[in-house]
Every structure is written in structure tokens, then in C-alpha cells.
Design a protein around this ligand. Structure first.
Ligand code: 6GU
Length: 244
């Protein structure tokens, strides 16, 4: 996969050189380039923003540098439309399902807005060259798209073949089956008067699987009851219903 990120703060994306994603880049599993929006300006002051038409607080990102920047990273391959992700609190929700969907793409471009956002005409114009998707991490406001891109690239990158050493670990984690993950424990079995649940020491794999499934439902009901709306009653085993 190829990823291009355009930002006025390219240094914000430096953590993508670390850990699993950094290693994936070194191993050639992921080609990731960060571009400074200001290199696509033409004036002496390298201006990227201006006051909003209609008035109001803050500044709006000017369209010209964005068009130059996006043109330079698009059309890497003839006849393909890369996905352009525009991080925005006004976008569709970023979910594990969307991460899986985007992990299938050949090229992703991220356009990090700052201030009050990017001139809307950039989004309209970009549809010619890209499949445009405004995406939000959740219902709160960040100062710009960079932190959201760190989160999204990590969530997508770890799904690429070969990035996570043991692909089994992608199966038993939160959200992979629509539920939160079960709690995990390691040695020692007794620690500061807190015990590991005895079933996990029993060696009975059937019982352990049943207990973990039960814990998934119990936790989800307690912390994220909204997730259970996606399960219809017929889909639940008796053991599942008992956990609720
Ligand atoms: Cl993707 N961007 C910004 N600026 N704020 C956000 C967000 C994204 N998701 C939640 N808040």
C-alpha cells in the first residue's frame, strides 16, 4: 500500500517511523510519504489560509495550495482513483470495519486540515481525481487532522499482510467480532491479593472459551451497550444471553 499525507505540520507525523508501522515501512510493506502543504504555495509568505466568506471566527485553508498538493500525489497509477481521506469532526465515523475496507486500497491520501477547515470547493474538485471520504474519529474536536491520521494509519497499517507478526492476534481483539475483548492475565497467578480467574488455570479449553465469550458480553453490556444493538436476539446463544 502507498500512503501520502499532506499537512502544514509534517513533523506531527514523525511517530509513524516508530514501532510496527515504522518497521512495515522499512520492510517495504507500506510506502508512506509526508508532504508539507507549504511547498505547494507560490507567494513569498507561503500563505495557506485566509478569512472566511460570510464572516465568522477563525481562518479557512485556501484552495490553490491544496489542489497543487493533491495533484502532485494523485494519479500515481493510470486509470486508478486513490481514496482521499479528509479527517474532520464532520465526517463519517472511523470504525474497525472502515479500517478493514481501507486496508484493501492500493493508495490512500490524507489531507490534514487545520483552522476552521479546508475551502469546500477542494472537496468538490477532488471528486474528479479521488474517491473522497471525510472521516471522523469520534464526537470531539481536535485542532487538526494530524492526530487523527496517526490513529487511522496505525489502525489500517496493522491490517496489511505481514505487518502484525501473528495474524491470530487480529482475530481475538476488541471490535473484530463486534464485542469488546475479554480480560487477559499473566503470571503470577496471585498478585497483591488479586487472583487470576481459576478457570484460566483449569486447562479446560472449552470452559475457557465459554468464560471468555461470557466476559466479552458482560464487558460490552457494561461499557458499550450501544454495540449490542447490532446483535439480534436469534444470533445469541443461551450462554451469550446469560452474560447480559
Ligand atoms: Cl478526524 N479531525 C479533527 N480535526 N477533529 C476530530 C476528528 C478529526 N475526529 C474527531 N475530532
Amino acid at each position: 500500500m502507498r500512503i501520502d499525507v499532506v499537512s502544514i505540520f509534517p513533523e506531527y507525523l514523525a511517530p509513524l517511523e516508530l514501532s510496527l508501522i515504522g518497521k512495515a515501512r522499512q520492510d517495504g510493506l507500506l510506502e508512506l510519504n509526508v508532504h508539507d502543504l507549504r511547498t505547494f504555495t507560490t507567494d513569498k509568505h507561503r500563505t495557506v489560509d485566509d478569512t472566511p466568506y460570510g464572516g465568522g471566527a477563525g481562518m479557512v485553508m485556501k484552495p490553490e495550495p491544496w489542489a497543487q498538493a493533491l495533484e502532485s500525489v494523485a494519479g500515481v497509477r493510470e486509470g486508478t482513483k486513490p481514496v482521499l481521506i479528509v479527517p474532520s469532526p464532520a465526517g463519517e465515523r472511523f470504525t474497525q470495519a472502515l479500517a478493514y475496507e481501507l486496508a484493501e486500497e492500493e493508495q490512500l491520501v490524507f489531507a490534514c486540515g487545520r483552522y476552521e477547515g479546508i475551502d469546500e470547493r477542494v472537496i468538490d474538485w477532488a471528486q474528479e481525481h479521488f474517491t473522497v471520504r471525510p472521516v471522523s474519529l469520534g464526537d470531539y474536536v481536535l485542532n487538526g487532522g494530524e492526530v487523527a491520521v496517526l490513529a487511522m494509519v496505525e489502525a489500517i497499517g496493522r491490517l496489511l499482510p505481514g505487518v502484525v507478526g501473528n495474524p491470530e492476534s487480529l482475530v481475538e481483539e476488541s471490535h473484530s467480532d463486534g464485542l469488546l475483548e475479554y480480560p487477559v492475565y499473566t503470571k503470577p497467578s496471585s498478585w497483591r491479593d488479586h487472583e487470576v480467574p481459576p478457570v484460566l488455570l483449569s486447562g479446560n479449553h472449552g470452559k475457557i472459551a465459554q468464560w471468555r465469550r461470557h466476559e466479552q458480553f458482560r464487558r460490552t453490556a457494561e461499557r458499550r451497550p450501544d454495540l449490542l444493538d447490532n446483535f439480534d436476539a436469534g444470533q445469541l446463544s443461551r450462554a451469550d444471553r446469560n452474560a447480559l
